[in-house]
Design a protein around this ligand. Structure first.
Ligand code: DAU
Length: 321
């Protein structure tokens, strides 16, 4: 996403691959401060044809399971695409906020990741670590005004159903098995999407060039605990039997290279930029479940065709045992 010279206008440059969806942008599409452009960050000519003075790089292939099936699109968009944005930022002298992930640190066996933790990526998706290093190199060599954010697991409305939380909600609503990888004791650190967006905004306006900011809500949870909590809330909202929903839990073959635990220390962004997560997990998760219940049309349009092909490759054999 790029902000042109009139400060309050945003270009949204998106290739609209499988998870891209213009339905998600209906609320702002008629705003005269917003313009959608269908395009690829790997297209340098397109980037050169646009006028802007800051770049927010949200563009990424982001699903770990897909990166295990085929790493190629990840390397192209996440690394070559970031290189293009860095070149553009260098030529224009504009700011770049590179939105990265806590996955670049690998698995936290103990303690919390801070910005100085070593980069030990374990999945082809986490090769986003390569783009982080490229950003660092452009800051050091070319003086590009770039800042990196590394956020923990996001959840909220409009999240593509391949990710754990929407997958659990939709499978529960539809009475389908809920696949839990391994022993379900892998830990993730969950943050509401709007808190993440406010963090990126704070970094864009007040972040120091060349710095890295971890973003997290200090909200660690083992997957199985999260899933049981979700099912309890779904049962409550739909007036269904909780036992029936927990009966859908199916332990399946683990993800390859599955990171055991993510846990991020957000002390730097809190102390330096005054950012704080504002959404309590209970509220965020209740709102998220309500959103999926109320927006059946949105997800029914997604969980067919291409998505079901992916679902079958990813889960077919696993669920057949
Ligand atoms: O930590 C930030 C990262 O979080 C982001 O950078 C990634 O883009 C995002 O995909 C996410 O990565 P995870 O691999 O942690 O998210 P995912 O929703 O795929 O899985 C969360 C946990 O749930 C993980 O331990 C794997 C497990 N899981 C996931 C799926 C989809 C299951 O047990 N069953 C499933 O069907």
């Amino acid at each position: 996403m790029c902000c042109p010279r009139i400060r309050t206008t945003a270009f949204n440059l998106d290739r609209l691959t499988y998870a891209g969806n213009l339905e998600n942008l209906k609320d702002i599409e008629s705003s005269d401060r917003y313009e959608f452009i269908k395009g690829d960050i790997c297209d340098r000519k397109l980037l050169e044809s646009l006028e802007f003075d800051a770049i927010l790089n949200f563009a990424a292939e982001s699903h770990v399971d897909r990166s295990i099936l085929d790493a190629a699109p990840f390397l192209k968009t996440n690394i070559a695409g970031t290189h293009n944005l860095l070149e553009t930022a260098r030529q224009r002298g504009c700011t770049l906020v590179h939105v990265s992930t806590d996955e670049v640190y690998g698995s936290a066996e103990t303690g919390l990741f801070n910005e100085g933790s070593p980069l030990l990526p374990n999945s082809p998706y986490a090769s986003k670590a390569s783009s982080d290093l490229l950003v660092r190199a452009y800051v050091e060599t070319h003086g590009v005004r770039a800042v990196i954010t590394r956020c923990s697991n996001n959840y909220g409305p409009y999240q593509f159903p391949e990710k754990l939380i929407p997958l659990v909600i939709l499978n529960a609503i539809s009475g389908k098995p809920i696949p839990v990888y391994g022993d379900g004791m892998n830990v993730r650190d969950w943050i509401y999407v709007e808190d993440h967006c406010r963090a990126v905004d704070a970094v864009l306006h007040r972040g120091r060039p060349g710095e890295i900011y971890n973003v997290g809500a200090r909200n660690e949870m083992p997957n199985i605990e999260l899933i049981r909590l979700l099912l309890g809330k779904i049962a409550e909202q739909l007036g269904m039997s909780e036992d029936r929903l927990t009966g859908l839990i199916t332990f399946v073959k683990d993800r390859q290279g599955h990171d055991r635990r993510y846990a991020i220390d957000p002390a730097k962004i809190e102390g330096e930029l005054g950012w704080r997560p504002e959404t309590a997990f209970e509220d965020g998760i209740t709102r998220t479940i309500r959103w999926y219940i109320d927006n059946r049309k949105w997800w029914e349009g997604i969980i067919s065709g291409e998505y079901m092909k992916y679902y079958d490759v990813q889960y077919g054999e696993r669920l057949r045992g």
